[in-house]
Design a protein around this ligand. Structure first.
Ligand code: 5AD
Ligand code: FES
Length: 349
C-alpha cells in the first residue's frame, strides 16, 4: 500500500508542474492507489478552467465507406458485411438545421476515408454550412488528406479538425494498421492541420490490442509536443467483423484515470467523455465528466443510418432521435453536477 503522502505529493506535482517522469507516470497509471486524489484534483482544475460548463458537439456521421483497413475498426474496407451509406449535402444540412434548433453551435462531420467526396464536394458542403450557420464552428473528421486539401477546406470555412493519432509508437502503430498506413504520415497530417490554423484534436484508444503502459506514456509525450486543443480518448471495444474481434476491450478504470491525468497535464484542453466510454458502462460518460472531461459529442445523424456507423459493437444512442438524445444528455449532465451550455466551446488558453 502506497503511503497517502506520496500519493498526494505526486498528484500535486502533476497538477502544479503539468508533468511527471516516466517512472512516476507508470506508477500512477498502473494502480488504482492514486485514483481518488487524482480525480478530485482533475475536477478542481476543470472547474478552475471551465467552471461546470459542458460543450456539446453535434456529430454527423456522413459516410461509412472507407478505403482503409485498420484492424480494430468495424467500418474497415475489408468488412464485406457492413451496410454502407452516404449522406447527401441536403441530408447533412438537414442534420445541421435540426442540431442548431437543439442548441448545437459546433458540427462535426465525421466519416471514413471516402474519396468519392472530392475536395470540391467537401468544400461545397462546408461552405453551405458556413453560409447557413455563420455563428457555428465546423469540424472535420475525415482522415488523412493532402496539405492542399486541408488548406482548401479551411478556406471554405472549416475551423477544426479531429484526427486521432491512435498510438504514438511506430511499432504499436504497425500492429494496429496495415503496412500502407504509417504513424509518420499521421503525425505529418496533424502538424499540417495545426500550421494551417485549424484547432486540432488528437487522441487514442485505451486498451487497444497490444497496448502497454510504455505506449501510453509515449502518447502523453507526443501530446505534450503537439499541444492539441482537443484530446479524445475512449476504450477500445472489439467488433466481431474485424481481425481483432476476439481481443479484450479497454477498461473503464484506466480510461477514467487517463482523463484525469490529461486534465492535470492540459488544464485547458477540450476533453470529451466519449460515446465509447458510455458504451462500456451506463454511467461511463458521467464518470468521465467527473474526472475532468468537459465535452460530449452526441449523434445528429439520421436515425436510419446510425446503426451502420458501427466502429465497435453495442454503440449507445443509435435508436434515439437527436432531440431525445439531447434532452437525455441535459438531464444526465445536470445529475452529474455540470451544465450543457449553448456555445461554440472554443478552447480557452
Ligand atoms: N473501439 C473503440 N474506438 C474505436 N475507434 C475505431 N474503432 C474503434 C473500436 N473498435 C476510434 C478510433 C477512431 C475514432 C473515430 O474511433 O480511435 O479514430
Ligand atoms: Fe443519447 Fe441518452 S444520451 S439517449
Amino acid at each position: 500500500m502506497r503511503k497517502l503522502s506520496t500519493v498526494n505529493d505526486l498528484v500535486l506535482k502533476l497538477r502544479d508542474t503539468r508533468d511527471l517522469s516516466d517512472a512516476e507516470l507508470r506508477a500512477m497509471l498502473e494502480t488504482d492507489a492514486f485514483d481518488a486524489q487524482l480525480i478530485a484534483a482533475a475536477d478542481n482544475v476543470r472547474r478552475a478552467s471551465y467552471g461546470t460548463d459542458v460543450y456539446v458537439r453535434g456529430l454527423i456521421e456522413f459516410t461509412n465507406y472507407c478505403r482503409n483497413n485498420c484492424y480494430y475498426c468495424g467500418i474497415r474496407a475489408g468488412n464485406a458485411q457492413a451496410a454502407r451509406y452516404r449522406l447527401t449535402k441536403a441530408q447533412i444540412l438537414d442534420c445541421c438545421r435540426e442540431g442548431y434548433r437543439l442548441g448545437f453551435r459546433t458540427f462535426v462531420l465525421q466519416g471514413g476515408e471516402d474519396m468519392t467526396y472530392t475536395d470540391a464536394d467537401i468544400c461545397d458542403i462546408v461552405a453551405a454550412i458556413r453560409e447557413a450557420h455563420a455563428d457555428c464552428a465546423i469540424t472535420l473528421s475525415i482522415g488523412e488528406r493532402s496539405y492542399e486539401s486541408y488548406l482548401a477546406y479551411y478556406q471554405a470555412g472549416a475551423n477544426r479538425f479531429l484526427l486521432r493519432h491512435e498510438t504514438a509508437s511506430d511499432a504499436h502503430y504497425a500492429m494496429l494498421h496495415p503496412p500502407e498506413l504509417s504513424l509518420a504520415h499521421r503525425k505529418k497530417c496533424l502538424y499540417d492541420l495545426k500550421s494551417i490554423g485549424y484547432q486540432i484534436g488528437a487522441g487514442f484508444m485505451v486498451g487497444s490490442p497490444y497496448q502497454t503502459t510504455a505506449h501510453i506514456i509515449e502518447d502523453l509525450r507526443f501530446l505534450q509536443d503537439l499541444q492539441p486543443d482537443m484530446i479524445g480518448i475512449g476504450p477500445y471495444i472489439p467488433h466481431r467483423q474485424t481481425p481483432f474481434g476476439d481481443m479484450p476491450g479497454g477498461s473503464l478504470e484506466l480510461t477514467v484515470r487517463l482523463i484525469a491525468v490529461l486534465r492535470l497535464m492540459f488544464p485547458y484542453a477540450l476533453l470529451p467523455a466519449t460515446t465509447a466510454l458510455g458504451t462500456i458502462h451506463p454511467l461511463g460518460r458521467e464518470m468521465g465528466l467527473k474526472a475532468g472531461a468537459n465535452v460530449i459529442m452526441p449523434n445528429l445523424s439520421p436515425v436510419g443510418v446510425r446503426k451502420k456507423y458501427e466502429l465497435y459493437e453495442n454503440k449507445i444512442c443509435t435508436g434515439e432521435e437527436a432531440a431525445e438524445c439531447r434532452h437525455c444528455l441535459d438531464r444526465r449532465v445536470e445529475a452529474a453536477g455540470y451544465r450543457i451550455v449553448i456555445d461554440r466551446g472554443d478552447v480557452k488558453k
